[in-house]
Design a protein. Structure first.
Length: 328
């Protein structure tokens, strides 16, 4: 065989090998591509099943694209962020026992007991009457937004809890003027039971004791409950009350002078004022009668000076006569 034929055979052999390698490479790449497409189709099928059965992420993304006009990428990112947030909140709820669901129950909620004592440099009645004017709390307390009285025993409260506002409906269970007030309140995010008592330490010094039992019923409230945020808020608001009442002690405040027992009004405010007026009118009459009786007793006990003189003169005259008879 000539050299030319040998060179041609070698070239054919090399070309065949190159062709085989290229074919093997393309076959392998096609296999990888098929596997990748198969995995993607399987994942897509799972997502479709999840959307059909549970309303999963894909269904939410589709609703955002079709209903809200969002782009597919934006809708997918927003839905994934929502999933992460829900999972995080769920784990935190499990830790604090919020919501009474699978991660916790009502028994997991810890009740916060708050006890505060403050002395106010005003008379007992002034301190009590200012406390009864709770509609004005929102003007000088930072934790109270608004208070409105519905009836003598019920009122609506809007209080500040962190950055948000919560609503409460309070019911007075017992109220005795210048002594004590017992109440309970109920809201969507918690409930409270409390009592405030007033104690006279002196003519111009009153001690106020506040006892509150707070039961949170919301995620934010339960989380804040761990840090005793409610107790600090009440303590600050009581200091505002102390400052306001002390600096405005000269102002006349009528307050609510009625009496409540078992959540029922047993003495209205108007009737209580009439009783106080009658008692104040009777006190001067009794004092005048007492003074008159004392004067009358003194007149009976002390004889007149003229009678004493006549008695002395008669005694002296009798003694003189007795001496003259003895001499005779």
């Amino acid at each position: 065989m000539s050299s030319t034929d040998k060179a041609g055979d070698t070239a054919d052999t090399g070309l065949d090998r190159l062709r085989e390698e290229i074919t093997a490479y393309l076959t392998a790449q096609a296999g990888h591509l098929a596997d990748s497409l198969g995995n993607r189709m399987s994942s897509l099928t799972d997502d479709l099943n999840d959307a059909a059965v549970n309303g999963g992420t894909l269904g939410s993304v589709a609703s955002r694209v079709v209903g809200g006009g969002d782009s597919p990428v934006k809708a997918l990112v927003a839905e994934k962020a929502k999933d992460v947030k829900d999972k995080t909140v769920g784990k935190v709820k499990d830790l604090v026992g919020a919501g009474g669901g699978e991660g916790g129950s009502k028994s997991d909620t810890k009740v916060t007991n708050i006890v505060e004592v403050l002395d106010v440099g005003v008379p007992l009645r002034t301190a009590y009457d200012n406390w009864c004017e709770f509609e004005e709390f929102g003007t000088y307390m930072k934790g109270v937004r608004n208070v409105s009285r519905k009836e003598d025993t019920t009122s609506d409260w809007k209080v500040k809890v962190g950055p948000s506002t919560r609503g409460w409906e309070a019911t007075v269970e017992e109220q005795i003027p210048d002594d004590r007030i017992v109440w309970s309140s109920q809201g969507s995010k918690g409930s409270t039971r409390g009592a405030v008592s007033f104690h006279e330490l002196g003519p111009t010094l009153t001690r106020i004791v506040v006892v509150v039992e707070y039961t949170p019923s919301g995620f934010f409230e339960k989380t804040g409950n761990l840090w005793r945020a409610q107790g600090r808020r009440l303590r600050l608001d009581l200091k505002h009350f102390q400052r306001y009442v002390t600096l405005n002690a000269d102002e006349d405040v009528e307050g609510w002078r009625g009496e409540i027992r078992d959540s029922e009004v047993v003495l209205s405010h108007e009737d209580a004022l009439e009783q106080e007026e009658q008692e104040s009118e009777e006190e001067p009459d009794e004092a005048a009668e007492g003074e008159a009786e004392e004067e009358w007793d003194e007149e009976d006990e002390e004889p007149d000076e003229g009678e004493e003189d006549e008695y002395d003169e008669e005694d002296a005259y009798d003694e003189d006569e007795e001496e003259e008879e003895e001499e005779d």
